[in-house]
Design a binder for this molecule. Structure first.
Ligand SMILES: *Cc1c(COP(=O)(O)O)cnc(C)c1O
Length: 386
C-alpha cells in the first residue's frame, strides 16, 4: 500500500500566516513578546467574547499544558490538595495537578457528551468532604469539541463553592447555548498544538475573567519579575509565554477559524451519512441544540452484537492497512499506570467508551479523493455484514 497516509488531524494553513511571521523577522521581534503576541491575544478575545455579554481576557502561552498549570497556580493549588478531574481526557489535563504536588480525584464520563458526569461529580465532592478534605478545583473537559454539560457542572460548582478550570483545548469554536467554549469558568485553557483545530505549531492560552487576572498570569509566565531595575523575585515564576513567531502563525489561523470549524463539522456529517447504512455503529453527535461541537474529531462507538462481531480493533487495523489513521479514545486517567493510586468515582462508562470506540480522520484539509478512500475503506470492512 503506497498511497499517502491519511492522518487523524493535521495542520492546515490558511495562507496569511507567513506574512505575520515575516513581519516579526523584519522588525526583529524574535522573542516571547511583540506585536503578534498582542494581536493574537486580541483576536482570541474578540472571538470568544464579542458576541457575549461576558467579560474576559486572554494570555497567550507556550502550550495548553502550561495554561492548565498556571490556572492551578492562580487558584492556589498546593501540595496535599485534592483536585477533581474528568478521567477520560488527554494526560495534559491531569499532569499539572501532579506538578503542584496535589492529588487528582478522577470522575467518570456520561454517555451524552462523553464528558464529566454531574452525578458522579456530586458523589465525589460529598464523599471527599465527608472524608475531611474539600476538593480545591474541578477540571472539566470539552472532549473532541463536544461541550460538557455546562449548566449542570456550574450549578454543582456553585453549590459547593469550588472553582472550575475549563479545558477547552479541543473546543475552540464550539458553543453551549450560543456562548463560546472557553468562557464558562474561572479559568479556561486553549491549545494550538499541531493537531488542534487551529495551530501555532505549539502554543496555548489561558482565558481569564478579568484583565487583572490576565496580567497576573503574564507576570507568572515571565518569571515573576518584580518591578525593580535588577532581577527581583517574591514569587516562583515560569517561562511560559508564547513566542512572537508562533503567535504570527496564530494570527493567520484566526482569519480562517470559522472555515476550519465548518470543515470539521462537514466531516462529522460525512460519517453520519456513511454510518447510517451500517448496523451497530453510532456516530457521537450533539444531544440537543444547546450543544454545538466543532467536531475536532469524529467519534464512533460499536455495538458488537449488532455489527455482526466487527469491533473497533477490526476497523482500526483494516484502516491501518489502507494507510488511514484512526485511534482509540483517550485512555481514561484512572486506568493509567502513572495514576493507579488516585481515587476514582464512576461506574465504567469511560472504560467502556475506551474499549468500544474509535476516532476517525477529521482534518479540515481532507480532499475529496481522501474522503472517497476513507468511505471505501470503511465500507469494505463492513461488507460481510450485508
Ligand atoms: C491538547 C490538549 C491539551 C494540552 O495542550 P498542549 O498545547 O498540547 O499542551 C490539554 N487538554 C486536552 C484535552 C488536549 O487535547
Amino acid at each position: 500500500m503506497n498511497k499517502d497516509k491519511i492522518w487523524l488531524s493535521s495542520p492546515h494553513m490558511g495562507g496569511t500566516e507567513q506574512k505575520f511571521v515575516n513581519e516579526a523577522f523584519e522588525q526583529n521581534w524574535v522573542a516571547p513578546l511583540g506585536p503578534n503576541v498582542n494581536g493574537f491575544e486580541e483576536d482570541l478575545k474578540k472571538y470568544l467574547f464579542d458576541s457575549s455579554s461576558k467579560e474576559g481576557a486572554v494570555a497567550a502561552l507556550s502550550s495548553g499544558t502550561a495554561a492548565l498549570h498556571l490556572a492551578l497556580v492562580m487558584l492556589g493549588i498546593k501540595a496535599g490538595d485534592e483536585v477533581l478531574c474528568q478521567s477520560m481526557t488527554f494526560a495534559a489535563s491531569a499532569n499539572p495537578i501532579a506538578y503542584q504536588g496535589a492529588t487528582p480525584i478522577f470522575i467518570d464520563s456520561e454517555e451524552k457528551t462523553l464528558n464529566l458526569c454531574p452525578k458522579h461529580l456530586r458523589t465525589a465532592i460529598e464523599d471527599r468532604i465527608s472524608k475531611g478534605k474539600k476538593p480545591k478545583a474541578i477540571i472539566a473537559v470539552h472532549l473532541y469539541g463536544m461541550p460538557y454539560q455546562v449548566d449542570e457542572i456550574n450549578a454543582i460548582a456553585k453549590e459547593f463553592d469550588i472553582p472550575v478550570v475549563e479545558d477547552a483545548a479541543e473546543a475552540l469554536g464550539s458553543t453551549y447555548k450560543g456562548e463560546r467554549c472557553g468562557t464558562f469558568a474561572e479559568y479556561a485553557v486553549l491549545s494550538f498544538n499541531g493537531n488542534k483545530i487551529i495551530t501555532t505549531s505549539g502554543g496555548g492560552a489561558l482565558v481569564t475573567k478579568s484583565q487583572s487576572a490576565k496580567e497576573k498570569a503574564v507576570f507568572l509566565a515571565t518569571q515573576a519579575r518584580d518591578a525593580a531595575p535588577h532581577y527581583q523575585h517574591s514569587e516562583i515564576g515560569y517561562n511560559y509565554r508564547l513566542s512572537n513567531i508562533s503567535a504570527g502563525i496564530g494570527r493567520g489561523q484566526m482569519q480562517v477559524v470559522d472555515e476550519r470549524v465548518k470543515a470539521r463539522r462537514e466531516m462529522h456529517e460525512f460519517y453520519v451519512v456513511l454510518f447510517s447504512e451500517i448496523e451497530g455503529v453510532k456516530v457521537h453527535s450533539a444531544p440537543n441544540d444547546d450543544f454545538f461541537s466543532n467536531h475536532w474529531l469524529s467519534v464512533i462507538s460499536f455495538n458488537e452484537k449488532k455489527t455482526g462481531g466487527i469491533n473497533r480493533e477490526d476497523l482500526r487495523l483494516h484502516l491501518e492497512e489502507l494507510n488511514i489513521e484512526s485511534r482509540p479514545l483517550w485512555k481514561p486517567m484512572h486506568m493509567q499506570p502513572v495514576f493507579k493510586n488516585a481515587p476514582f468515582y464512576g461506574d465504567g462508562v469511560a472504560k467502556r467508551l475506551f474499549e468500544n470506540s474509535l476516532c476517525l480522520p477529521s482534518g479540515s484539509n481532507l480532499t475529496q479523493e481522501e474522503k472517497d478512500r476513507i468511505k471505501a475503506g470503511i465500507l469494505s470492512c463492513f461488507k460481510e455484514q450485508k
